[in-house]
Design a protein around this ligand. Structure first.
Ligand code: NAP
Length: 251
């Protein structure tokens, strides 16, 4: 009997796969059996080496997802070079910090365009393929700020709250067509994105004290959730935002 978490023969597309959470998810999917398109604006050689070490194929597709211009090409190259597209992980994202009274239009547009607009159009382009095939898995990377307000990050909070809403809308439209759309909401994960917080002694202590698990998450902590939502194990899970946060939201 096939293991329900087995991804052998599946093709995944992961954005922002060169570092942090995206790299860890790409490697976890490969270790579960998937071939992976590594999509982003920087070379992803280390991720490609880890995918190869897991015995799977990868391609690198260079794309700046600050606009939706590369979206169709990213999907087309994955289909052409890896012979399919079964799993989409929308991970690429940015954050800008400033007081709401001073927040600039440029910082609004940059974050919303990357974190929300490109995510929707990637879901649309991949979703069309998946619907035609009657099968697919989409995993969007949301945030604790899909549930909470945060502070000094208005465009990030708006974008990640939007990702949660979009995940549910697409689940409603596509669940009956065989496409599962879900999201992962990472808690405080030690990556480039959170380097400033980790380096700030006071903030770091406050954060760790509030996390029931008593530690920052590592990118690899997201791997299991991603494999679950990409595999047959989650076939009856639709529109769910899965917090992987060491218990932060339970507090
Ligand atoms: P990271 O280390 O900064 O990685 C972000 C990734 O997104 C990088 O691969 C980056 O590429 C890519 N990216 C950013 N802008 C892009 C663009 N215009 N086009 C293509 N790729 C782009 O951060 P991370 O913590 O792993 O974050 C990954 C995701 O998790 C993000 O959506 C983030 O919001 C979310 N998240 C993180 C945390 C956390 O605690 N770390 C918590 C909640 C949610 P470059 O390396 O080329 O910049």
């Amino acid at each position: 009997m096939t293991h329900p978490f087995d991804l052998t023969g599946r093709v995944a597309l992961v954005t922002g796969a060169n570092t942090g959470i995206g790299r860890a998810i790409a490697v976890a999917l490969a270790e579960a059996g998937a071939d992976v398109a590594l999509v982003g604006r920087s070379p992803a050689d280390e991720t490609a080496a880890a995918v190869a070490a897991a015995g799977r194929r990868s391609i690198q597709v260079r794309a700046d997802l600050a606009t939706i211009a590369p979206v169709q090409d990213v999907v087309d190259r994955t289909l052409a070079e890896l012979d399919g597209l079964d799993i989409l992980v929308n991970n690429a994202g940015i954050i800008r910090r400033a007081d709401a009274v001073d927040f600039s239009e440029a910082d609004w547009d940059a974050v919303v365009d990357t974190n929300l607009k490109s995510v929707f159009f990637l879901c649309q382009a991949a979703g069309r393929q998946m619907i035609a095939k009657g099968r697919g898995k989409i995993v969007n990377i949301a945030s604790l700020l899909s549930f909470q307000g945060g502070i000094r990050v208005p465009s990030y909070t708006a974008s990640k709250s939007g990702v949660a809403g979009l995940t549910k809308l697409l689940a409603n439209e596509w669940a009956a067509k065989g496409v599962n759309v879900n999201a992962i909401a990472p808690g405080y994960i030690a990556t480039n994105n959170t380097a400033a917080l980790q380096a700030d002694e006071t903030r770091n202590r406050q954060i760790v004290e509030r996390i029931p698990a008593g530690r920052w998450g590592a990118p690899a902590d997201l791997g299991g959730a991603a494999v679950f939502l990409a595999s047959a194990a989650s076939d009856y899970v639709n529109g769910h935002i899965l917090a992987v946060d060491g218990g932060w939201l339970a507090r």
